[in-house]
Unconditional design. Structure first.
Length: 237
């Protein structure tokens, strides 16, 4: 337990040091305690999340820490791996997702800080403006808890539908109460959403998968989430 707390402190220090360097304060180095030679495993989903953790690993190496980045292709496995002790930390999710995972799995994963904000956007290969969304369009959304609801909330913000009051990030297609465009919903694994773009009219995709799949955000991005603190990506222990 003591070693685990030390590891958490060390990597938190590396995250802070990385942030300080990005703000022009990288010349000052805080003294780090001995990590005991242990390999510190940090899980993240592929794309922007993993890129951040790789940067942290490089910063941690300067302080004598051996950080191994473990990349995942789905949102559930990294939390299960952390809960089972196969990871020391992970960094890829926001508050609503964490709360839902803890509730559904009777776990007590806790955040130790935030990293970056990964927004979700409405993406299309076929539609170039929201006003041109055809009647009966098929929309792909994430099939995992909270991120699917997040996609529906985004569609509501874009004026394409209305959800039942109070559903929030737990919304599902069953909570749609107004659907003037008669949208049809296709729930897919988040990593599959970019590959679905030729088969659907729209998809709600988080930026990590947008970037890792080579989507042109200027040409294919129609609408984006605004900055929202509860959606900042957290580091969990």
């Amino acid at each position: 337990m003591k070693l685990r707390k030390t590891i958490v402190s060390l990597v938190a220090l590396a995250f802070l040091a990385l942030g300080a360097a990005g703000c022009g304060g990288g010349d000052k180095k805080a003294a780090a305690p001995d990590g005991g030679g242990k390999v510190i495993k940090i899980g993240a989903t592929a794309g922007a999340h993993a890129e951040v953790v790789h940067a942290v690993a490089a910063e941690a190496k300067k302080q004598g820490l051996d950080v191994q980045v473990v990349e995942f292709t789905d949102y559930i496995t990294p939390d299960k791996a952390l809960a089972e002790g196969n990871l020391d930390l992970n960094a890829y999710q926001h508050v609503p997702f964490l709360n839902n995972f803890n509730k559904q799995n009777n776990t007590k994963l806790v955040p130790i800080g935030n990293t970056i904000l990964i927004r979700q956007g409405i993406i299309s290969n076929k539609v170039h403006d929201l006003k041109d969304v055809p009647d009966g369009a098929t929309v792909a959304i994430p099939n995992d808890p909270t991120n699917g609801g997040r996609g529906l909330l985004l569609l509501q913000q874009a004026g394409l539908l209305k959800l039942k009051d109070g559903t929030g990030y737990k919304a599902t297609p069953k909570d749609v109460v107004e659907n003037p465009k008669h949208l049809k919903f296709k729930e897919l694994e988040a990593a599959q959403l970019p590959r679905s773009l030729d088969d659907v009219d729209l998809a709600t995709i988080t930026m990590n998968y947008v970037l890792s799949s080579g989507i042109d955000v200027k040409k294919q991005g129609l609408f984006w989430e605004k900055k929202d603190e509860p959606l900042a990506v957290m580091v969990l222990a």
